[in-house]
Ligand binder design. Structure first.
Ligand code: NAD
Length: 448
């Protein structure tokens, strides 16, 4: 079977691998997982928390508990050794009420339908919380890209793009980089889509190289947004970033750039963790040297400027600000009890389970939720898309100024809503976003 829309999912799909079990869920698009910590289940619990605050729009809340459209695709590629390998990929469009879909593409061995659904829904919430004219979408391929050569990775990217070409496009759904994808992969996606439609379509993806219509500041935008969110929240808590102690989990695009900006502002980075393990240095880690070490292919745990520490010790490190910037479900209830920090700024999507969220709240630890904290990336993606349409490009300082203004305003609105409704910053961001999405839904009405 090649492409199939999600409503045509086969019963015999490997439920463990896909995260989807037809026997426990009759519906495909609004499926309710058994596993309470599955990302989609976490998202559903977040929607339940916001529902009582939606007034008359509650009537439409079911809209948020399902995806509009999900495409699952088989991706066969020729390996360099002459064999043929098959990979599974997805593109989920959660909601398109406010505009075309927008969201990243992830290449990771743990990608599941469940995860892609949740990530697409969080994009709906994030885009609406920032008032960007987009719906929410996300894609992924279940693959460990480290096992592929560069030509194999290119063939995989191109075939995936061609398969999801049915539903993406500059005015339909615009992918961007996420975990293990970068500007080169966006260039291949843009080229493949352009070849298929017979015209160069730079606006089909964002996060492209500058030479192909990419935007200045896009690569740094998510980390920059994390830093702005931390700075503004710290200010409201009467905490100074200069001299603060910061711990970062995930040392890729978001965590690496975020760490550098905290260091530039005078913070001390006392702990880092990536997929290879954790390191700590009470006197501060030289972020530039650690980034150079990792970029040269070194393991973070072998970085000479810090000591390797156990996972247990990493989660107990004393800090003022903790930035999860790796994957979902990293701050579990057990780790939330251990965290010794004042402020959590979610660089990653979905890093905190609802139980952990409650524990952090009870312990007086402030949490800036993902849908605001990591929205810098999609905001500059929006700038990139606008620049591509107008074929007129802005300076980096124009981009950073606009990013700063949008982030600060969005954060202010979230803090105000949280105080007014006596809810967490996460629920406040969901109230603002879900109200915008459902108001659009109501205005458009149901077709036919
Ligand atoms: P990346 O691939 O550049 O980096 C991911 C980092 O996480 C790497 O350092 C990796 O080693 C580490 N990691 C992976 N598994 C880990 C584990 N089990 N424990 C500890 N560390 C682990 O990815 P990225 O683009 O920086 O994305 C990180 C997070 O930020 C994701 O949740 C992503 O969805 C989110 N995000 C990214 C962007 C963006 O613009 N790139 C925008 C918004 C949100």
């Amino acid at each position: 079977m090649g492409n199939y829309l999600h409503c045509g999912l086969r019963n015999d799909l490997n439920a463990r691998k896909t995260g989807y079990n037809m026997n426990t869920s009759k519906s495909a698009l609004s499926y309710v997982p058994n596993n309470p910590s599955s990302p989609w289940q976490v998202y559903l619990q977040q929607v339940d928390r916001v529902a009582p605050h939606l007034g008359h729009l509650q009537r439409w809340v079911e809209t948020l508990k399902r995806c509009k459209r999900i495409l699952a695709v088989d991706i066969p590629i020729n390996r360099d050794d002459g064999t043929v390998a098959h990979y599974e990929g997805f593109r989920a469009q959660h909601n398109l009420s406010r505009g075309p879909g927008k969201g990243g593409v992830r290449f990771h061995p743990d990608v599941t339908i469940d995860e892609v659904m949740a990530l697409s829904a969080w994009m709906t919430v994030k885009n609406a919380a920032l008032n960007l004219p987009y719906g929410g979408a996300k894609g992924g391929i279940r693959v460990d890209p480290k096992t592929l050569t560069r030509p194999e990775l290119e063939r995989l990217t191109r075939r995936y793009t061609s398969e999801i070409g049915l539903i993406i496009g500059p005015d339909k759904d615009i992918p961007a980089p996420d975990v293990n994808t970068n500007d080169q992969i966006m260039a291949w996606m843009m080229d493949t889509y352009s070849m298929n439609v017979g015209a160069t379509a730079t606006g089909v993806v964002t996060g492209k190289p500058i030479a192909l219509g990419g935007s200045l500041g896009r690569k740094e935008a998510t980390g920059r947004g994390v830093y702005i969110a931390a700075r503004e929240t710290a200010r409201a808590m009467k905490m100074d970033i200069t001299g603060s102690r910061v711990v970062v989990q995930g040392f890729g695009n978001v965590g690496g750039i975020g760490a550098r900006l905290f260091r530039d502002a005078g913070a001390t980075i006392v702990g880092l963790q990536d997929a290879s393990g954790s390191i700590g240095n009470e006197a501060g880690i030289d972020v530039d040297a650690a980034l150079a070490h990792v970029a040269a292919g070194g393991k973070l745990t072998e970085f000479k400027g810090a000591s390797m520490i156990s996972e247990n010790d990493f989660w107990a490190l004393k800090s003022d600000i903790f930035v999860p910037a790796a994957l979902e479900n990293q701050i579990t209830a057990e780790r939330a009890e251990k965290l010794s920090t004042r402020l959590v700024v979610e660089g990653a999507n979905g890093p905190t389970t609802p139980q952990a969220d409650d524990i952090l709240h009870d312990r007086g630890i402030q949490v800036v939720p993902d849908v605001i904290a990591n929205a810098g990336g999609v905001t500059v993606s929006y700038f990139e898309w606008v620049q591509d349409f107008s074929s007129f490009f802005w300076t980096e300082s124009e981009i950073n100024d606009r990013l700063e203004r949008i982030m600060v305003e969005a954060l202010k609105a979230v803090v105000h809503t949280a105080e007014k409704n006596k809810v967490s910053l996460r629920t406040a961001a969901f109230i603002i976003a879900c109200t915008r999405v459902l108001a659009a839904r109501e205005l458009r009405g149901l077709y036919p």
